[in-house]
Write a protein that binds this ligand. Structure first.
Ligand code: FES
Ligand code: FES
Length: 135
């Protein structure tokens, strides 16, 4: 009997092989950084995006938390890389939780990832509004 592993399990195992773990240079004016946490469980997600011409070129995360938060962050980075900033900011936690098939008790982990995307984009946008120092 040959038991084939499901496509889902083989292709996107964000739980076992998180993608895009790491950091980007937060001094870079094209990089937006976010640090969000859930007081209820103590887990923290750090997420960064690098934007060029309105498109997210790169994203990295570091998550200090549960496996579902790590998988949610990993999947979030995969979703947003290559997306226009305005599209990425529409991603909902339910897009993430449905994809990862998170159980109800772990839905808040995907909420954290959604918040991290929003916060990283907000940080990036904030940086663009800083006027250059007067001469
Ligand atoms: Fe299952 Fe991505 S397809 S974790
Ligand atoms: Fe808190 Fe997952 S249990 S982020």
């Amino acid at each position: 009997l040959i038991v084939r592993r499901g496509y889902h399990e083989v292709v996107h195992d964000h739980f076992n092989n998180p993608r895009n773990v790491g950091s980007l240079d937060k001094e870079d004016s094209n990089v937006g950084s976010a640090l969000v946490g859930k007081a209820s469980c103590g887990d923290v997600i750090k997420l960064q995006v690098k934007v060029k011409d309105g498109v997210i070129q790169d994203a990295k995360f570091k998550t200090f938390g549960c496996g579902s938060a790590i998988a949610s962050s990993s999947y979030a980075t995969e979703m947003i890389i290559g997306q226009p900033v305005d599209e990425a900011s529409k991603i909902k936690n339910t897009d993430i939780s449905a994809h990862l098939k998170l159980p109800p008790v772990k839905i808040h982990c995907s909420v954290l990832a959604e918040e991290a995307i929003q916060a990283a984009i907000a940080d990036y946008k904030g940086k663009q509004n800083i006027s250059p120092p007067a001469e």
